[in-house]
Design a binder for this molecule. Structure first.
Ligand code: FES
Length: 65
């Protein structure tokens, strides 16, 4: 995973910020929004964020750094 890759262009949130938030216990889109601000603009990234949270929680070993 490229930490610097953009996940939410409206709020300038990258993959690494989402990963850190999920590792910190944010396990829903709402919690990720509160932690990073992502998905609070146009909203088009929300489905992607949902998928990313699910993937991190299901396959945490894939996200170890
Ligand atoms: S791209 Fe995330 S809110 Fe617009």
């Amino acid at each position: 995973m490229k930490r610097e890759k953009t996940a939410c262009s409206c709020k300038n949130v990258n993959y690494g910020m989402i990963l850190d938030a999920v590792k910190g216990g944010a396990d829903t889109v709402e919690k990720i929004q509160a932690a990073t601000g992502c998905g609070t603009g146009c909203g088009k990234c929300r489905d992607f964020i949902t998928t990313m949270i699910r993937d991190i929680l299901m396959f945490p070993e894939d996200y170890e750094e």
